[in-house]
Design a binder for this molecule. Structure first.
Ligand code: WT7
Length: 652
């Protein structure tokens, strides 16, 4: 870990302030900054009181006896309460006029469209839940889900939640190998998948990767396969594999939601950490339900008539919280799109916004930078008049991208909510409330009510305004991760040991005189590539598993499109020579080990890696070389200074 205070020289001087229109504010859930501050202060003085008020907006089978049981770093929220998130996302609405409201509007990449009302979604979830039960899946079992962006992905999650099976969604872009590791870590009993999906006009097969993974997954007993692409080359293994349409053919439409303990494990979602092994972030039922429900309502200022679209993939936490659980627990209409933003043309998103009259649009800065690159003629071909609110997530948004989003997409009338959070936090932590908070391009502004945050030194002392430090959360919150699945010790170490008494997020930040937070990026060995988290160690271990590679070091390099690109320095076995072919081979090897998203952008062969006397790879130096910047600072600890010179030469 390096101290981010040294990076503070690049502090942004951003003076532009954008306030919501009075019309927007008057109609918003939270109508003014004074109202936000009043709620924030009330919640800060009595977080448990605040969260229990919110929790009462959901339906509980039995009430909780205690709001919070906090034994640092282990939290239990709404202790003794019983509920089911699938019930809150579905059954709760069926008693109202929402029964026939669109829950999910879906468009496939080839252009087909499906609309599932709350009643229809409830029916499909019940049927699939019954099919799972009929195949021996029980409360407490772990179920891996590896699917394209189709409604059945949401149905599978809600069906698991309904019967109390813990789902572990694995992003469809991960390789067979990555899927295997995740299945084995969670000891999953079943996999839910599809023959494939569509991406950029191509069929992307999924079932073959499942078959490959399962060669080495002894805990898997059942595989459920949804037919999406009608791929004729799919093979089904007798006794293990079942077609989705077969298992739901003769089951009841009725499946009672299990009355689950508030702390019942809802899902595991793997994310990269500072070691080579991904962390299974565990979220539980009650607290996660409460936080995702209220953040969706207030941050996106949800109205009954809104069409809401979050463009993330459900394979990431953003999709879990803000395509599935948050919107559906609010009874909202959530749009889901299967494919690429530039298929068949770079205006697919704008086309979808006009076609479905989307009102709220939530996307990533990396996507916005791609739109900028593709040119303004694409959004200009569409009206986009239905939009009233925009959001971003995943990485710091550069003010240029913010202004483009504001002008070209928001037509200077839509507030932009820049939301900071993480897989671990489960829900949005720092964000403007769109009718209340004046926004400044590049700042996620203020913490959500009930969330107590600070910027501190390594010792946990608050730093003054505009001084860089570590971003921490000082009090437990309902949707916090409960542990790293199967590894309480690592959970303690990673999140609660760096800074005394606080949750350490891994980000550097500063707070300005308005109390606004400015996120400066990761301070650990985690990269943020196109809003996706990658661990340098994971990439390095993928590389050294290739027979030609002796040693590897991966670092981030600033990239105008991806935010960060992956640069790797590689030394080869026994005097092997680097070549373009070998570079290509190594890229493919990393894709096979992890997934295409981890493919290095930049591979450099070197005779040796610069190390300190104690043998630590000097990453800062490598980062500077990768970025092409001048080497600054003290290099006297370099084991062999000539290596630096050598690397520099290669640069020329
Ligand atoms: C990391 C979490 C949960 C959202 C999707 C990513 C970075 C996230 C912002 C933002 C600056 C951001 C942080 C964080 N990040 N949102 N609005 N501004 N940075 O989830 O994969 O768990 O990654 O993404 O570095 O720690 P994730």
């Amino acid at each position: 870990m390096s101290h981010p205070a040294s990076d503070i020289t690049s502090v942004l001087k951003e003076g532009r302030v954008f306030s919501p229109s009075s019309e927007f504010s008057q109609n918003a859930h939270i109508k003014s900054f004074a109202e936000y501050e009043e709620i924030y202060n009330r919640a800060a003085n009595d977080p448990e009181g605040f969260w229990s008020e919110i929790a009462k907006e959901l339906e509980w089978f039995s009430p909780w006896e205690k709001v919070l049981d906090w034994q640092l770093p282990f939290a239990k929220w709404f202790v003794g309460g019983k509920l089911n998130i699938s019930h809150n996302c579905l059954d709760r609405h069926l008693k109202t006029w929402r029964k026939n409201k669109a829950a999910i509007i879906w468009e496939g990449e080839p252009g087909e469209s499906r609309i599932l009302t709350y009643q229809a979604l409830h029916r499909e979830v019940c049927r699939f839940a019954n099919a799972l039960k009929a195949h021996g899946i029980e409360k407490g079992d772990r179920v891996a889900i590896y699917m394209p962006m189709i409604p059945e992905l949401a149905i599978a999650m809600l069906a698991c939640a309904r019967i109390g099976a813990t789902h572990s969604v694995v992003f469809g872009g991960f390789s067979a190998n990555a899927l295997k590791d995740r299945i084995n870590d969670a000891q999953a009993k079943a996999v839910i998948t599809a023959d494939g999906g569509y991406r950029r006009g191509q069929e992307l097969p999924l079932k073959p990767a499942v078959d490959e993974a399962l060669e080495d997954c002894p805990t898997i007993k059942q595989v459920f396969v949804y037919r999406r692409t009608n791929n004729q080359f799919i093979t089904m293994k007798e006794g293990r594999d079942h077609w989705w349409h077969d298992v739901v053919a003769n089951v009841s439409d009725h499946c009672e939601a299990e009355q689950l303990d508030s702390e019942h494990p809802l899902f595991i979602l793997y994310t990269s950490g500072t070691t080579g092994k991904p962390k299974g972030i565990l979220h539980t039922t009650g607290g996660y339900s409460v936080s995702t429900y209220i953040t969706t309502k207030w941050v996106f200022d949800l109205k009954e008539e809104d069409t809401y679209w979050c463009t993330a993939d459900i394979g990431w936490v953003t999709g879990h919280s803000y395509i599935v659980y948050g919107p559906l627990s609010n009874g909202a209409t959530s749009l889901m799109y299967e494919g690429a933003p530039n298929w068949p043309y770079p205006d697919r998103f704008w086309n979808l916004i006009d076609k479905y009259q989307v009102n709220i649009f939530y996307t990533a800065p990396t996507a916005i930078r791609a739109f900028i690159k593709w040119g303004e003629e694409w959004p200009k071909r569409h009206s986009l008049a239905s939009l009233r609110l925009l959001g971003t997530v995943g990485e710091p948004i550069n003010p240029e991208a913010w202004m483009w989003y504001h002008k070209l997409i928001g037509k200077e009338k839509c507030p932009i909510v820049d939301t900071w959070w993480q897989t671990e936090t489960g829900a949005i932590m720092i964000t403007p409330l769109p009718g209340a908070t004046p926004t400044v391009p590049g700042s996620a502004t203020r913490p959500f009510p009930g969330i107590i945050m600070d910027v501190v030194t390594k010792k946990g002392e608050s730093v003054p305004d505009n001084v860089g430090g570590y971003l921490v959360i000082k009090k437990p919150w309902p949707s916090m991760l409960r542990t790293i699945y199967g590894d309480d010790e690592r959970y303690k170490q990673q999140y609660w040991s760096e800074i005394p008494g606080c949750y350490f997020a891994g980000d550097g930040a500063r707070r300005d005189e308005r109390g606004y937070f400015w996120i400066m990026g990761r301070v650990d060995d985690v990269l943020n590539v196109s809003g996706h988290r990658l661990s340098t160690m994971e990439i390095e271990s993928a590389l050294v598993s290739h027979p030609a590679v002796a040693e590897a070091a991966a670092v981030g390099r600033p990239d105008p499109l991806k935010g960060e690109a992956v640069a790797v320095f590689v030394t080869l076995e026994g005097g092997r020579k680097g070549s373009e072919d070998l570079k290509q081979e190594l890229r493919e090897h990393v894709a096979k080990e992890i997934g295409a998203l981890a493919k290095p952008d930049d591979i450099r062969f070197t005779d040796a890696l610069p190390k300190t006397r104690s043998g630590k790879i000097m990453r800062r130096l490598l980062r500077e070389i990768a970025a092409g910047s001048e080497t600054i600072g003290d290099t006297t600890t370099l084991e062999d200074i000539s290596i630096l010179a050598k690397l520099r030469e290669d640069e020329e």
